[in-house]
Design a binder for this molecule. Structure first.
Ligand SMILES: [Zn+2]
Length: 468
């Protein structure tokens, strides 16, 4: 049996400042080593000051993952000497002296399977090492401390995963939950990183570190399981070790270096007092929490009669559900859901495309209402959507510029309808005895108008002229 446990590091990307100082949490917008101060550099005499918002956001994550939340939290020093750590220790949390991390045990459902969460801790991210040089002999390492001290949440799971696919499904769900909470943006480069523990057939546990993306995490677990199975089948002992994920070669590599075998000498961070978590704060956070994905999905199904599969897609992606919430009305909800899941999804499936898109909830509402009122056909609405995404122009302008509007002028359409009635006398007779067959005649009018006849008006005129 395969057992996989995960440690997921997730940056709290929606905060203004770092975890213990007022440098910016968004380190990405700075030149190298511009976003630093004496506190995050650990200079003598500087004192940390805890970012309250970070504690709240980490607590919200703990609540969303059904974790227990302790009455008091504390911070510890994890001592290690490595160039990415300017202070020579990382300020983090630890549960060995009682539950003092922001989140205790919890769980989330992945399909029918319960994945147990061991704990959730709040800690600071280290700096970033940049490797340069053309050969192994000529290697130099540069360090950028802009990231040092930015808030990170570590989510630790029990070894409940049995396959790389379960890992992937869990990460997708986790990623949707974090985005929905508005605390993190997993699509940002480096915002999610992970370590994995893997053992097979009750053997020794191998830890894989340094996995830089969710995509690679699935690949890394897959590679490691195959490696261990191959050793196992040849009766070669699997040794307990730490391996690194080499994302260029897509393999795990044994890390024999001495600095990996560390004694972290954890001790309580004396510069930050214990923080009492008032039950009132927990209650308040609970009420401020955004509606869960599950509850959104149920609401879409029961209130608007949206099919379960569509509701699933709509609710799990915050970008789509926000668009839906801002643009739907009692009457157009199904049409809005339809436009998002059949037309829009393929056009804005990446972060870059979403950022470049000029499409807004107002556009979406106009589009749905115009389809429903017969102003534009569903077919033409797709072309209009393309144009709006590119230009951000309003729908009426796009319809007139691209001549996408339906023929809804009664006298013009009336003429086309009488022409069709003349040409299709047999079908007209049939429609008189069986009104269902009138759709054939609607189709003929559509053909003549290249799909631009207002379908509601067409049907009305056909019935009127035939006399049914
Ligand atoms: Zn700082």
């Amino acid at each position: 049996m395969t057992m996989i446990g995960l440690e997921i590091h997730c940056q709290l990307t929606n905060l203004n400042s770092k975890l213990f100082c007022s440098c910016k949490a968004n380190y990405r917008e700075f030149e190298i080593n511009e976003n630093i101060c004496p506190i995050c550099m650990g200079l003598p005499g500087s004192l940390p000051r805890l970012n309250q918002e970070a504690v709240k956001k980490a607590t919200i994550i703990a609540m969303a993952l059904n974790c227990s939340t302790p009455e008091k939290i504390a911070f510890f020093r994890k001592n290690y000497f490595y160039p990415d750590s300017p202070k020579n220790f990382q300020t983090t949390q630890l549960n060995i002296y009682g539950d003092t991390s922001v989140g205790g045990t919890g769980s989330i459902m992945v399909g029918d399977k319960k994945i147990r969460i061991t704990r959730i801790q709040l800690e600071e991210d280290p700096g970033r090492l940049i490797y340069e040089g053309s050969s192994s002999k000529n290697q130099i390492t540069l360090v950028d401390y802009n990231r040092a001290g930015t808030p990170l949440v570590e989510i630790v799971t029990e070894p409940d995963f049995e396959t790389p696919k379960e890992v992937r499904d869990f990460l997708n769900i986790l990623s949707d939950i974090l985005t929905n909470l508005g605390v993190a943006d997993p699509s940002l480069e480096g915002a999610m990183r992970a370590d994995a523990n893997i053992s097979i057939e009750g053997g020794k546990k191998v830890e894989i570190k340094n996995i830089g993306s969710f995509h690679d995490l699935e690949k890394a677990t897959h590679f490691e399981i195959t490696r261990q199975e191959s050793l196992h089948s040849r009766d070669i002992e699997i040794i307990q070790e730490t391996r690194h994920w080499d994302d260029k070669r897509k393999i795990t590599v044994s890390s024999r270096s001495k600095e990996e075998e560390l004694d972290y000498r954890y001790f309580l961070e004396g510069d930050i007092p214990w923080i009492k978590m008032d039950p009132e704060i927990h209650k308040k956070l609970q009420t401020q929490m955004p509606e869960s994905i599950r509850s959104k999905k149920e609401r879409y199904i029961t209130k608007y009669n949206i099919p379960a599969q569509v509701a699933d897609v709509l609710s799990s992606d915050k970008y789509y559900s926000d668009l839906f919430e801002e643009s739907h009305t009692e009457t157009n909800a199904k049409e809005v859901a339809n436009i998002i899941t059949t037309d829009l999804m393929g056009l804005v499936d990446t972060r870059e495309k979403r950022e470049a898109s000029k499409f807004t909830a107002t556009h979406l509402k106009e589009l749905a209402d115009s389809i429903q009122s017969g102003k534009v056909s569903r077919n033409s609405s797709k072309n209009a959507l393309h144009e709006i995404l590119k230009t951000g122009k309003d729908l009426t302008t796009v319809i007139s510029e691209l001549d996408l509007g339906n023929v809804s002028d009664e006298s013009e359409l009336s003429g086309i309808v009488s022409q069709v009635i003349k040409e299709e006398s047999q079908a007209v007779e049939q429609a008189k005895s069986n009104p269902q067959t009138i759709n054939f005649l609607v189709g003929k009018v559509m053909q003549k108008t290249k799909g631009k006849a207002d379908p509601i008006l067409t049907l009305e005129l056909l019935k009127k002229q035939i006399g049914i």
